[in-house]
Unconditional design. Structure first.
Length: 119
């Protein structure tokens, strides 16, 4: 049974930092690119950051470039999202997802973790 379990969300003041974690189990972690996405009520889920299988290539949404950093620890089957200089508009439910690179499709999703940034 595949599980992606996010943690690390919470309430933080604007300008603060949080680190999200996503622990993967039941899948071959090294076979998947890992992404972070976020969603606010009434809006579509949007891409935040991605890291390829080997960790050598990353991409970010323009809105988070220079503030967020994605990383992965293959020994722990975990992907992280370090979020600095947080803004109220970063408030959302954050999801990690395992993407099969050959088809560029999301195969598995986590349950999400709430991040709330107060002004």
């Amino acid at each position: 049974q595949v599980q992606l379990v996010e943690s690390g969300g919470g309430l933080v003041q604007a300008g603060g930092s949080l680190r999200l974690s996503c622990a993967a189990s039941g899948l071959t972690f090294s076979s998947y690119d890992m992404d972070w996405l976020r969603q606010t009520p009434g809006k579509r889920r949007e891409f935040v950051a991605a890291m390829n299988v080997y960790g050598g290539r990353t991409s970010y949404a323009d809105s988070v470039k220079g503030r967020f950093t994605i990383s992965r620890d293959s020994a722990k089957n975990t992907v992280y999202l370090q979020m600095n200089s947080l803004k109220p508009e970063d408030t959302a439910v954050y999801y990690c997802a395992a993407r099969y690179s050959s088809t560029n499709t999301y195969e598995y999703w986590g349950q999400g973790t709430q991040v709330t940034v107060s002004s």
